[in-house]
Design a protein around this ligand. Structure first.
Ligand SMILES: Cc1ncc(COP(=O)(O)O)c(C=O)c1O
Length: 477
């Protein structure tokens, strides 16, 4: 079955391990019906072969730049997914102290972790510099990790503001630990993606304007503990056109020239993530097209010593995972047909938040309805427009609206495709639902890599109310 991961089939990085076999959808060699029967629904299922294929394809495409891949943990933070990607040679890109601890618990040396994130706290900066401040230090042994005190600082901070850089500089002084940092540049380039995931425009909260960057390199040139190693940029996600990356790299190259002209030696360029995938069949340009445009712009700099990093998340994980849900009830409204499922905005928020498209199809479709193209309106007979909705008390709780589907009965399983990125990581407990289980399939082996969150786990933080002992206000009688 793995042979079906042929590259020609999909134009983007959508190499996935999900295929119909003997009438039912399989992840690699494992039936999704069997997985749902064993662990219940909703459940996320990932294909290890698809993760490997997507990682390797990206790696190959940018090999002329010797680009190092740092997996964007936010896209799919499961420890075992991080371990798999680590085993392929990936570093980790994290945006919070929590993700940093996951990356480390997954076996990533701190030097291979890049710490981005717009509102880093002092506690997070401390833990990033010195493992003694790790909030999970005491539990590290459970994950096969040794003494957090020995772990050393992160390889790089990607700095989002002048005030964050000042905080990092102060904490390095307090702890006596040096830090390396890239400045995240806001290039004022439109990534032409959803307004909520556009990050490179002047009006966005991310990064520091290019014209302010040289002054920071001047100010920190002699700093005893902080080394400004280079520049970081991430313009949005997914970026479905090549040109915004080209425009961004041009801004960066001008800035690198300016910094070098002022006597600085920036040696790192982190180009961020945002590389797209096919949610619709054939939607995204191929990753090779991005590389073909960017490699010539950067090759000379790389020959002169520039070290290039990428932070892919979606392009590795989106099409490496599906969300499997069971139809709990059917309702024929006056205007439309509703399929009421146990997955919804609490397990996959992208349709509700961004109006994002996810292809949805029965795990065991009726005869004659196998393997359709993944598009909004498949060219097949006898389809009925349906709203695929969840159990949450919000009208915005939908996975698809007006979607043509074959006959579906109560109790049937549906697969929501391209759900491996920003699926479980954006799941919530809204309406007191536990987070779904996660299963990783590798060939014929299926492993539960996250148990369904039990209700007892949800209630844990509320178990023991305690009265706050507040400081008395001064000056009161
Ligand atoms: C700084 C940064 N790097 C990398 C990524 C990963 O983007 P993608 O998953 O589209 O590759 C993001 C996503 O939001 C990000 O904010």
């Amino acid at each position: 079955m793995i042979s079906t991961l042929e590259e020609g089939r999909s134009r983007g990085l959508g190499l996935d391990g999900f295929r119909y076999h003997q009438g039912a959808l399989h992840a690699e060699e494992v039936s999704l019906e069997h997985i749902a029967g064993a662990v219940g629904t909703p459940v996320y299922v990932y294909s290890a072969a698809a993760v490997r294929a997507s990682f390797e394809r990206l790696h190959r495409a940018f090999a002329p730049l010797s680009a190092e891949l740092h997996f964007a943990v936010k896209s799919c933070p499961n420890l075992h997914v991080c371990r798999l990607i680590r085993s392929l040679g990936g570093g980790m890109d994290v945006v919070s102290g929590g993700e940093m601890e996951r990356a480390w618990l997954a076996g990533t040396p701190m030097r291979d972790i890049v710490f981005a994130g717009v509102a880093k706290t002092e506690d997070e900066v401390k833990a990033a510099l010195d493992g003694r401040f790790s909030p999970v230090a005491a539990a590290a042994g459970h994950f096969g990790r040794g003494d957090a005190g020995e772990r050393g600082p992160v390889g790089m901070f990607n700095v989002e503001s002048e005030s964050e850089l000042a905080l990092i500089a102060r904490v390095t002084g307090d702890l006596g630990v040096p830090a390396r940092a890239c400045i995240r540049v806001n290039p004022d380039v439109d990534a032409k993606t959803h307004e909520y995931t556009t990050t490179g425009l002047e009006e966005n909260k991310f990064g520091i304007y290019a014209d302010r960057v040289p002054a920071l390199f001047d100010a920190y040139a002699e700093h005893p503990q902080v080394e400004l190693a280079g520049l970081h940029v991430h313009i949005g996600s997914p970026v479905n056109q090549v040109q915004p990356y080209v425009d961004t790299v041009r801004v960066i190259l001008r800035l690198l020239d300016r910094l070098e002209g002022a006597g600085h030696r920036p040696s790192v360029l982190d180009l961020g993530g945002g590389w797209p995938v096919d949610y619709h069949q054939g939607e995204a340009p191929r990753v090779e097209d991005y590389a073909a445009a960017l490699v010539p712009l950067l090759a000379d700099r790389v020959r002169r010593g520039l070290h290039v990093l990428l932070e892919p998340g979606r392009s590795i994980m989106a099409n490496s995972g599906v969300l499997v849900t069971r139809v709990q009830h059917l309702k024929q409204g006056r205007q439309k047909r509703f399929l009421m499922c146990d997955a919804g905005m609490h397990t996959l928020i992208r349709p509700a938040l961004y109006r994002a498209f996810h292809f949805i199809w029965p795990v065991r479709p009726p005869a004659g309805h196998l393997s359709p193209e993944r598009r909004e309106r498949p060219d097949l007979p006898d389809l009925v427009d349906c709203d695929v909705v969840g159990p949450i008390c919000e009208t915005g709780d939908f996975l698809a609206r007006g979607r043509p589907l074959p006959e579906v009965a109560q109790g049937d399983l549906l697969a929501i495709f391209s759900a491996g990125a920003y699926g479980v990581s954006m799941a919530s407990n809204y309406n007191d639902h536990g987070r779904p289980a996660e299963v990783l399939v590798d060939g014929s082996k299926a492993t539960v890599i996250a148990e369904r969150q039990p209700l007892a786990g949800l209630l844990e933080t509320e178990r023991r109310p305690r009265e706050l002992q507040l400081a008395k206000e001064s000056g009161t009688a």
